[in-house]
Structures are given as C-alpha cells and as structure tokens.
Design a binder for this molecule. Structure first.
Ligand code: NAP
Length: 305
C-alpha cells in the first residue's frame, strides 16, 4: 500500500517509525509528495488544503484525531471513500485526566484559592461532597461515556446527553438537552462539531445550568457562543469556565479570554493524539482494507461525525 501523511499539526517523524514497524511492506509519503497520485491510504489531521484533489485510488482516509469536522467539511473529499475516526486509548485516558482535573478544580474551589493566594487572603469556602454535585456530560461517546463512568466512580451524580438513547450504569442518560442542563452544576462538552451542535451552548442553554456551576469545553470552540458565556460569567450565573478549544486557534493574543478572571484556558491540549497508543488501531484498519474488509470506526456522513 502507498500511504500518504498530511497534517498541519501532527509530525511524520513521530508517526512513521512506529507505523513502518507495523506495516513493513508499505511505502510512506509525506505531503506534498503524493507519488503521482498513486496513494491507497491517507492519514490526516487538519490536513493540508488540496490533499484529496488528485488522489484517485484512495481506499481509506484515516484520521489521526478523534474529531473529524475538518475532513467531513472538505469539499474535495472523494465520494465513496470511507473515513475512519481515530479511537485512541491513550487519548481517552488523557481526556479523562483533564476533565477530572477541571471538575475537581471547580468542586474543591481551587480556582478561588488561586486568586485568594494572589491577594494574600486567608479565607475558606464551604465544602461540598462529590455526592452534593451533579455533572452533566454532553456527548456520551468514546470520551464522554468513559468519563461519565469515572466521575460516577468518584461519587458525583452524573447525567449525560446523546443523540440516540443510551444506558450507562449509574448515569442518568437522556436525549433531552434542557433536562440534562437543568440537573447539572458542572457541564462538560464532549460533542463532535456538526451543523446540529455548532453554537449549542448559547445564552438560553447556559442559563439552564445550575447557578454557581461551571462549563468545561474540551470539544471544539464552535460549540460555545463566547459572548453568551462571558455574560453568564460576568452576571455570576456561572462560577467558572474551563476552555481548551477556541475559534480561531491559536487564540489571538488580544482576546479578552486570556485575562478574564472567570476563565481557565489551555491551548487545545486536553488530549493529544498519542502515536504510541494509536498506531496499532491505524495499522489494523489498513490491514482490514488490504484484505477487502470494511475499516472500523467509520464516519456516518448523515450524522456528520
Ligand atoms: P463520539 O464517540 O463520536 O461521541 C460523540 C457523542 O456525541 C455521542 O454520544 C453522540 O451521540 C453525541 N452527539 C453527537 N451529535 C449529537 C447531537 N446532535 N445531539 C446529541 N448528541 C449528539 O466522539 P468522541 O470520540 O467521544 O469525541 C468527541 C469530541 O471530542 C470529538 O469530536 C472532538 O471534537 C473532541 N476532542 C477534543 C480533544 C481535545 O484535545 N480538546 C481531543 C479529542 C477529541 P450518539 O451516542 O447517539 O452517537
């Protein structure tokens, strides 16, 4: 197989040696080298513009990221070629650590104690038990489903929203977004970015989260209407927001978000693709295509993810 790597974010030098070990008979190319268009598999993550334009023999587009909105939205996407999402156990673990860190930061009031320290103020806030708190997870997929179970295991009440009905032990699963928001103190966004989910966390929805709660957005910047979030923080309806993703990225240096006292932000690092834990899954999909079988974890274009 001829395998092309195209990404503006991921670096072939970290992926090729591991992939070559698992696929010793295959040939690897890094964009813009496309072997005259004779490419069987494209490995992509925020791919270079025009990547798919001249690839007529493609059999598989394999994402190197869990989110696929850049691929789904590419007008050059060849029809009929399966697009596979990356399901990386290393990323799932990393996202769990990030979300739990943020939930605990809010739950244990550490965001307040950091500012008290800054002001040399010795002040205690009321202690809550995990069982006093409810966490709502928007998206109960690979990431949201796993994290819901972890938070439940820590004693939090957990509710989750998904498109199709779900059952997760100990988790209040619902397809009614407003119901999930209304029972949540902390809301974690782990949705894919689609036409249905863009701008979903707007003024009305943010107001439905319980007072003094927090928003954790580790999905995509386009899910949150930032002006509405700032209003919810400034009115003290929400106590704090944790933002890992933005539109655009990188966040411009003059953005008001950098210095807002109600916001903790990170540069899209909630869970990075981890070549060591994901090349096995990628090689497995390439082997499946080589045998003429359907790859795992393909995108449902009607749903948009
Ligand atoms: P996934 O397995 O596809 O799960 C998506 C979940 O969202 C599913 O439960 C799905 O419902 C639900 N959903 C989708 N559209 C919906 C709608 N219109 N209404 C209600 N629920 C809807 O995705 P994942 O692997 O967990 O990843 C989620 C997102 O995390 C990715 O798309 C990516 O953007 C983001 N991410 C961010 C980082 C970071 O570093 N910040 C890292 C990795 C991923 P169903 O269960 O019914 O399908």
């Amino acid at each position: 197989m001829n395998i092309l790597f195209s990404s503006t974010k991921e670096k072939p030098k970290f992926w090729f040696p591991l992939l070559q070990k698992l696929l010793p008979g295959d040939r690897f190319f890094a964009w813009p080298e496309i072997n005259g268009g004779d490419i069987d598999v494209a490995l992509v993550a925020t791919h270079q513009p025009g990547t798919f334009a001249n690839l007529r023999k493609l059999k598989l587009i394999q994402s190197l990221w869990m989110g696929v909105e850049n691929i789904v939205g590419d007008t050059d996407l060849p029809r009929g070629v399966p697009v596979a999402r990356l399901i990386d156990p290393g990323m799932v673990a990393a996202m769990g650590e990030t979300v739990i860190a943020y939930v605990l930061d809010w739950h244990r009031h550490f965001y307040c104690y950091r500012s008290f320290q800054h002001q040399r103020t010795w002040k205690r806030r009321r202690q809550y038990l995990a069982s006093d708190r409810s966490v709502g997870i928007l998206g109960l997929g690979e990431l949201g489903g796993t994290i819901a179970a972890s938070l439940r295991g820590m004693g939090f009440n957990v509710a989750g929203w998904s498109r199709r009905p779900k059952q997760l032990e100990g988790v209040h699963c619902s397809t009614d977004l407003d119901e999930v928001l209304a029972r949540s103190d902390a809301v974690v966004c782990l949705l894919p970015l689609t036409a249905q989910t863009r701008g979903i966390l707007n003024k009305d929805r943010l107001q439905k989260i319980r007072r003094d709660g927090c928003l954790i957005n580790v999905a995509r910047g386009g899910h949150v209407v930032i002006a509405d979030l700032l209003a919810a923080l400034d009115s003290k309806h929400l106590a704090h927001a944790y933002l890992d993703v933005f539109e655009p990225e990188p966040l411009p240096a003059d953005s008001a978000l950098w210095t807002h006292p109600g916001i903790t932000l990170t540069p899209h690092i909630a869970a990075l693709s981890e070549p060591r834990t994901s090349v096995g899954k990628i090689a497995e999909n390439i082997e499946r295509v080589r045998r003429g079988e359907a790859p795992f974890n393909t995108v449902d274009f009607a749903a948009g993810y």
